[in-house]
Design a protein around this ligand. Structure first.
Ligand code: FES
Length: 107
């Protein structure tokens, strides 16, 4: 296990959204409605980074490329495409003191 710190807990706020690269993996750390998520920074529709995705109500991210909205609560695309598009990929968040990050064993 190797803990890689990504952010200080005190730096998180609703609306926070920042990309990271760890062990060659593109990650996106974001916080919405008091919940923190770490996902693969890739839209499952056509592999576009979600760095500039817009955050919406009920913990959603809308990809700017084609406007598909994904729920961060279950990873599914909202609407009729929900059962046809792959889900967002989540990574477990690891904590160490006042820092949040990722355990490289989980990547
Ligand atoms: S690439 Fe994200 S909606 Fe098409």
């Amino acid at each position: 296990m190797a803990f890689i710190p990504l952010e200080q807990l005190s730096q998180l706020y609703d609306g926070y959204q920042r990309p990271f690269k760890v062990d060659g993996k593109a990650l996106l750390l974001c916080q919405l409605e008091g919940k923190t998520f770490l996902i693969e920074n890739r839209c499952p529709h056509m592999d576009v980074p979600l760095t500039d995705a817009s955050q919406g109500a009920q913990c959603t991210l809308r990809c700017r490329a084609h406007g598909i909205e994904f729920s961060l609560l279950n990873g599914k695309a909202n609407g009729p495409l929900g059962d046809t598009i792959e889900r967002l990929r989540f990574y477990p968040i690891a904590y160490d003191g006042n820092k949040l990050g990722v355990d490289t064993d989980t990547l």
